[in-house]
Design a protein around this ligand. Structure first.
Ligand SMILES: NC(=O)c1ccc[n+]([C@@H]2O[C@H](COP(=O)([O-])OP(=O)(O)OC[C@H]3O[C@@H](n4cnc5c(N)ncnc54)[C@H](O)[C@@H]3O)[C@@H](O)[C@H]2O)c1
Length: 252
């Protein structure tokens, strides 16, 4: 599987699944436009890629800002002439784990803004460019929480079900335009997002592992393998799908 010279815009590339995907795709030959709200983190990822001979550039972009998203995509087109693949990975969890009646308005607005509206903004701007090019490929990082109900997590669940819905609806709209759109649905995966959850609820680790037939959390590199495959031409007849990477959690 190769990604030679593919121009790939990646959001949330400074940490976890995004950083692992940036590193892997660059090692497979892609030119990675690595963006994150946290410039320092994404610069470290780009430095690592450059040191190992890969091609990547760091950009600061907040996906909740339509202007930031436009500037990011326009820079990619200005510098590289095209956008072959967009990976919408930036995402956050809610701060508190409460049932719906106690779900805070802050958590609701923040999570929906990043996970749902951010994906919409990136798809809207990228699709305009992909229509001009006559081809394109979008990979949205949803979640197992976008396929199955999960308690104490309403805004996250709502945002990830929305990402799955946006993926399928847009795939239907753009299939005939040579643009494919898929979603990746990780289960519990080691990253700062999961660590944050476990820090607020230390009792959760053993409880969560009970629900994973394979008995362990996933690794960001394992999700990155699927992201890279979807970005490659090896998956070129696949669109509108969700690919679940969860050690079997969805079977229960
Ligand atoms: N880790 C898991 O268990 C898990 C499971 C399912 C889905 N996911 C999804 O995977 C994606 C990556 O999460 P992760 O686990 O690697 O978490 P992470 O916290 O390690 O990485 C998320 C990245 O997104 C960036 N980000 C946050 N808000 C942003 C914004 N407004 N604009 C741009 N960048 C922003 C952060 O700075 C961070 O670098 C998310 O969409 C998450 O919902 C994670």
């Amino acid at each position: 599987m190769g990604l030679e010279d593919k121009v790939i815009v990646l959001t949330g590339a400074g940490s976890g699944i995004g950083a692992a995907s940036a590193l892997l795709m660059a090692s497979l030959g892609a030119e990675v436009i690595a963006s994150d709200i946290n410039l320092k983190n994404v610069e470290l990822v780009v430095e690592k890629i450059s040191k190992s001979g890969g091609k990547a550039t760091a950009y600061q972009a907040d996906v909740t800002s339509f202007e930031d998203v436009e500037v990011l995509m326009n820079r990619a087109v200005k510098d590289h002439g095209r956008i072959d693949v967009v990976v919408n990975n930036a995402g956050i969890g809610g701060k508190a784990q409460n049932k719906t009646a106690e779900h805070t308005l802050n958590d609701w607005h923040n999570v929906i803004a990043v996970n749902q509206t951010g994906v919409f903004y990136c798809m809207k701007v990228a699709l305009k460019q992909m229509m001009v090019q006559g081809y394109g490929n979008i990979i949205n990082i949803a979640s197992l929480a976008g396929l199955k109900p999960s308690g104490n997590n309403l805004s996250y669940s709502a945002s990830k079900f929305a990402v799955v819905g946006m993926t399928k609806s847009a795939a239907l709209e753009y299939g005939s335009k040579n643009i494919r759109i898929n979603a990746v649905c990780p289960g519990y995966t080691h990253s700062s997002l999961l660590d944050q959850l476990l820090a607020s609820r230390p009792d959760m680790e053993q409880r969560l592992k009970q629900y994973i037939p394979m008995g362990r959390f996933g690794e960001a590199t394992e999700v990155a393998e699927t992201v890279a495959w979807l970005a490659s031409d090896n998956s070129k007849y696949i669109t509108g799908q969700t690919i679940t990477i969860d050690g079997g959690t969805s079977l229960l």
